[in-house]
Write a protein of this length. Sequence first.
Length: 184
Amino acid sequence: MTDPMNTVSTTLGVSHAFKYCPRCGQAHPHPGRSPFLCPHCGWSFYFGPVSAVGALIVNEDQQLLLVKRAREPGLGLLGLPGGFVDAGETAEEALAREVREETGLSIREPQLLLTYPNQYHHGDFIVPVLDFFYQCQVGESTQVELVDGELSAFQWTRPSPDQLNRMAFASNRLAIEKWLRMTR
Ligand SMILES: [Zn+2]
């Protein structure tokens, strides 16, 4: 997940990458329009958002799991476990898979907290993303085993203003602020 506040104004939406029709190969006279509609063969394509999930994992002491990012975007800043939804997965399945892959934790009782229209910078282009943030409980074990290379540290905490200022993504911060208001 990425931060719309980091958007470079010269970066174009991914529809601009479609200069030729993927079906018939002819050049499009006006690349960048959405949806893509080929005037030669009539083929159309919608640049809908891809789905991503973020986990607000709560332990028995009503603390959240924050992770420290070991790679860009947001190297050294804080975030929530999560990632993109694969084709064929439910959002809840993607949430459980991403949390397990990144932290080794099993989660239960996911509850949708917030959705957020976001953007992902892919090469020179912007891909629209729809984020789904879930509050969830930890399964039997609270033992965290971070995935190598992606995350460098973790902390169970009730996030402070200082920690909120060090979040990698504005969307994560919004979700945490909503959770803090709900659990005040
Ligand atoms: Zn075509």
